[in-house]
Design a protein around this ligand. Structure first.
Ligand SMILES: Nc1ncnc2c1ncn2[C@@H]1O[C@H](COP(=O)(O)OP(=O)(O)OP(=O)(O)O)[C@@H](O)[C@H]1O
Ligand SMILES: [Mg+2]
Length: 379
C-alpha cells in the first residue's frame, strides 16, 4: 500500500497510508459538520482488526458529545461500528475504526505466549490494539464472566483458553471441569488428560460435578491448614512432591444452568438456586483452594447476571452486546454495543482501572484436537 509521510506542528512524525489519511479526512469533515471542532493527530495505530485515530477536541467540546456520535461516524465511513473513548493520560479522544481487511489472529501463532508465561493459570485472551499478545493469570482475577450476543465469539475464546492450557500445562499443574449443557461446544475435549470428568451435558450432571468440586475445595482447605499453610501456593511450595493441581471450572452458557429447561417450574427454580449457591461456595474459597471459575452467558439480564454472580465474578469480558444498557450490566460502562462481531471484546480486570480492547485468536476445532493429541502423547 502506498504511504505518505506527514509532519505535525508538534514535531511528531508518523507515516500514514492513503487509506488512513482518507479516513481522517472523512472523520474530520463529519465531526465539523456535526458541530464538533478540533483536529486529528497525525498518528494511527493499526491493529489486526481496528485502527486507532486520535482526535484533540477544541475549546468547550465535551467527550460525551463525541462519544454520542459514534453511530454517525460509522455511517460516514460505511463501517460496521466505530468506538469513541477517552484515552487515559492523553489530551485526545480515541476513535477506533474497523480495518477494511481484517487479519485474524491465528491460534497457533499466539499459543507460544502461554508456554513462556509464568502464570499459574495462563489465559490466552488475544491481541490488543498495539499488536501485543495478552495473557492473564486467572489466579489473580480470580473468576471470569464472559458475556456476548450469539455468534460474538464466546465459545471460540473458551476453546482457545482450554486448548492453550492443554498444550502448555500438564494435568499435574491444571485440571479441568467442563459444563456444556448446550452439548455442542466441548465434545471435542473428550479424552483430554486434564479432564476430571467427561464434559457435563445436562444440568443434573453439571450440578453433580459442582457438588464434587465443593467437596474437593473443603478437603483441600483441610489439607492446606494441616500443613500450616494459608493457601495452595504455600502448600505446593512446602510439598513439591504432593503439589495440588489448580482446578478450572468452565461453564459454557450459565443461563442454561441457572434457568434449567425442566418443565416443572418449582424444580427449575430449585436447580437454578442450587447451582448459584454452589458457584458462590466455590468462588469464595478460590484463592486458598486453587479452584477457579470461568462462565459465559448470552444473556446479560439481571436474571442471569444477578448480584451474587456479579460479586463472585469480578473479572469480565464482553463481546458485542445489543445495547449500551447490556454493556453497563457487564462492564459498568457502555462500549460493548460498539464492538465488531467475531472475537472483538472488552476486558475488565479487577486489577486495572482501564478496560482493554482485545481481539481473540481464531481457534478451530482442529486446533483443539491437535492440542489434545499433544497433551495425550505427553501424558
Ligand atoms: N476470534 C475470532 N476470529 C475470527 N472469527 C471468529 C472469532 N471468534 C469467533 N469467530 C467466528 O464467529 C463464529 C461464532 O463464534 P462462537 O461460536 O464462538 O460464538 P458464541 O458467542 O459462542 O455464540 P453462541 O452464543 O451462539 O454460542 C465462529 O464460528 C467463527 O466463525
Ligand atoms: Mg457458544
Amino acid at each position: 500500500m502506498e504511504s505518505i509521510s506527514i509532519k505535525s506542528n508538534t514535531h511528531m512524525t508518523n507515516t500514514l497510508t492513503d487509506e488512513q489519511l482518507s479516513t481522517i479526512a472523512t472523520l474530520q469533515l463529519k465531526l465539523n459538520a456535526l458541530g464538533v471542532e478540533g483536529h486529528f493527530l497525525p498518528d494511527a495505530r493499526e491493529g489486526p482488526v481496528i485502527t486507532l485515530y486520535k482526535f484533540v477536541p477544541k475549546g468547550s467540546t465535551r467527550v460525551a458529545q463525541i462519544e454520542n456520535l459514534s453511530q454517525d461516524l460509522a455511517i460516514a465511513l460505511s463501517a460496521e461500528a466505530v468506538q469513541v473513548k477517552r484515552l487515559a493520560k492523553e489530551s485526545a479522544v480515541g476513535i477506533y475504526v474497523p480495518n477494511k481487511v481484517r487479519k485474524n489472529l491465528d491460534f497457533l501463532n499466539a499459543v507460544s505466549s502461554v508456554y513462556t508465561s509464568d502464570a499459574k493459570i495462563p489465559l490466552l485472551l488475544g491481541m490488543d490494539v498495539d499488536g501485543k499478545i495478552q495473557v492473564v493469570d486467572l489466579v489473580t482475577l480470580p473468576h471470569l464472566l464472559i458475556a456476548g450476543s450469539t455468534g460474538s465469539g464466546k465459545s471460540t475464546l473458551l476453546n482457545c483458553i482450554l486448548a492453550s492450557l492443554a498444550y502448555c500445562r500438564t494435568p499435574q499443574q491444571i485440571q479441568l471441569v467442563l459444563s456444556d449443557t448446550k452439548q455442542v461446544e466441548f465434545t471435542h475435549f473428550v479424552g483430554a488428560p486434564h479432564l476430571l470428568f467427561p464434559p457435563a451435558s445436562s444440568v443434573y450432571q453439571s450440578l453433580e460435578q459442582l457438588e464434587w468440586v465443593t467437596e474437593e475445595v473443603d478437603a483441600r482447605l483441610k489439607r492446606i491448614a494441616k500443613s500450616a499453610s494459608q493457601n495452595i501456593a504455600q502448600f505446593n511450595a512446602k510439598n513439591p512432591d504432593a503439589a495440588l493441581p489448580y482446578i478450572v471450572v468452565v461453564i459454557d452458557e450459565l443461563a442454561e444452568l441457572l434457568t434449567s429447561t425442566t418443565k416443572n417450574e418449582d424444580e427449575k427454580i430449585k436447580l437454578g438456586k442450587l447451582a448459584e449457591q454452589k458457584l458462590g461456595l466455590i468462588a469464595q474459597k478460590a484463592r486458598a483452594s486453587g479452584v477457579h471459575l470461568i462462565a459465559s452467558t448470552q444473556q446479560p439480564t439481571v436474571k442471569i447476571v444477578t448480584g451474587s454472580i456479579k460479586a463472585n465474578f469480578p473479572a469480565r469480558i464482553s463481546f458485542r452486546l445489543p445495547a449500551e444498557s447490556d454493556s453497563r450490566t457487564i462492564l459498568a460502562k457502555g462500549g460493548a454495543e460498539q464492538l465488531l462481531a467475531q472475537g472483538d471484546m472488552l476486558f475488565l480486570s479487577p486489577n486495572s482501572p482501564e478496560i482493554q480492547r482485545i481481539h481473540t485468536p481464531f481457534t478451530r476445532i482442529e486446533d483443539v484436537q491437535q492440542a489434545i493429541e499433544v497433551a495425550c502423547r505427553r501424558n
